[in-house]
Write a protein that binds this ligand. Structure first.
Ligand code: FAD
Length: 374
């Protein structure tokens, strides 16, 4: 039986492990964290990510654990809609609706799809070689070899550092982001929306249990000192409803702050010998298109389905790097601080016909994975 070591038990690594097992591989996942609970809060799985989960046999479980995206759009800081999309129309266009889900729920569904013992927690990979040998720390230094090594160890990938030593690694985007969730279910309806100000943006996503996941971002040279929720309230507490109320209903202890980074220099290949990179290890992108995890799932299914690693690289690298570039561009537009560009952006957004807005939003989500035949 062909053997694979997957480094990293995040969304991409677990997805790859499930896909490879469906194709008959014997898989071990090495995960640095001692517990399997993921960091982070909410996530939107778009049509491409949902189709990948369908290919892995997990689409229905994820739909049951998440909340279908009823639609939403882009607003200004005072609440005027710039563009709005109906979730049902988008769902009809793409054949599946997007799903807002808590990361812990998605992680649990992925873990439950693997036999016990597949994931080795508390195993920190320190090196890898092109022949498929991995060195890791787990109660002392250990070495293991496999026919395939998958570097799914995120933006600071040790596998990438070992095998792509000349790559400069991630860079700071110049943006600080915060994420939080309301303590209790929201009393009433709330639409998925991203509101754009001048150099600032705020988004809300309802979760299945009724709580509201929110994220905020500003242009900033580094982490903002002090209490994170206070910092968000100071900047966004006067924005349109329901933003002030969402912040008031948030537990300060659960708010995360990130100095956002991405892989600015695209990798010339995702493959070296018997080793392939996927997910953030291969193409960490800014969160503006909400595609990072969706792209990691695309990688996972294509890798499992691919006849060769060269085929995987050919299929995945151009698309994931195109999505990363587009995400960066949208970030520049959404957080422009120049009043003239803000006015031009808002006018442009308002005059785009609804069908064109729909097509542009569907552009990156409209992707179908290859079948995963056993
Ligand atoms: C603010 C924010 C909002 C986002 N929102 C969205 C969204 O709405 N939709 C979306 O699709 N994406 C979103 N993303 C992006 C998404 O979170 C990532 O793209 C996705 O989690 C990448 O998955 P991954 O499995 O490649 O990496 P990760 O999730 O980073 O997983 C890597 C795993 O490898 C483990 N690991 C690391 N180093 C080692 C080592 N040396 N040895 C062993 N294990 C190791 C880590 O512990 C981790 O479990 C967002 C990102 C941010 C920052």
């Amino acid at each position: 039986m062909r053997t694979a070591i997957v480094v990293g038990g995040g969304i991409g690594g677990l997805g790859a492990a499930i896909g490879l097992r469906l194709r008959g591989w014997e898989v071990t996942v090495l995960e640095r964290r001692a517990s399997t609970a993921p960091a982070g809060i909410g996530l939107v799985l778009q049509a491409n990510g949902m189709r990948c989960l369908d290919a892995l046999g997990l689409g229905d479980a994820v739909r049951a654990g998440g909340r279908p995206d009823a639609g939403g759009g882009t607003r200004t800081a005072d609440g005027r809609w710039l563009a709005r999309v109906d979730g049902d129309i988008m769902g009809d266009l793409l054949g599946t609706t997007a799903v807002g889900i808590h990361r812990a729920t998605l992680h649990r569904i992925l873990l439950d799809a693997l036999p016990p013992g597949t994931v080795h927690s508390g195993a920190t990979v320190t090196g890898a070689t092109a022949d498929g040998t991995v060195t890791y720390l787990s109660g002392g230094e250990q070495t293991r070899r496999a026919d395939l090594v998958v570097g799914a160890d995120g933006i600071n990938s040790a596998v990438r550092t070992a095998l792509w030593p000349r790559h400069p690694g991630p860079v700071r985007v110049g943006v600080v982001g915060w994420r939080g969730v309301t303590r209790d279910p929201w009393p009433g309806d709330i639409e998925v929306a991203i509101s754009w100000g001048r150099g600032e943006e705020f988004g809300v996503v309802p979760l299945l249990d009724g709580r509201v996941y929110w994220f905020a971002a500003i242009n900033a040279p580094g982490l903002v000192p002090g209490d994170p929720l206070d910092a968000v309230r100071e900047r966004f507490g006067h924005w349109h409803d329901p933003i002030p109320a969402v912040l008031a209903a948030t537990d300060p202890a659960g708010v995360l702050q990130d100095d956002l980074r991405c892989l600015d220099v695209p990798l010339p290949t995702f493959v070296r010998g018997n080793v392939a990179l996927l997910g953030d290890a291969a193409h960490a992108m800014t969160p503006n298109l909400g595609q990072g995890a969706n792209q990691a799932l695309e990688d996972a299914v294509v890798l499992a389905a691919a006849g060769s690693l060269a085929g995987y690289d050919r299929e995945r690298r151009p698309r994931s790097q195109r999505v990363a570039r587009a995400s960066r561009r949208i970030g520049w537009m959404s957080r422009t601080a120049n009043p003239v560009t803000v006015a031009a952006r808002n006018t442009l957004m308002r005059v785009i016909p609804p069908r064109a807005a729909l097509r542009s939003m569907a552009r990156y989500a409209d992707w179908t994975p290859p079948p995963l035949e056993p």
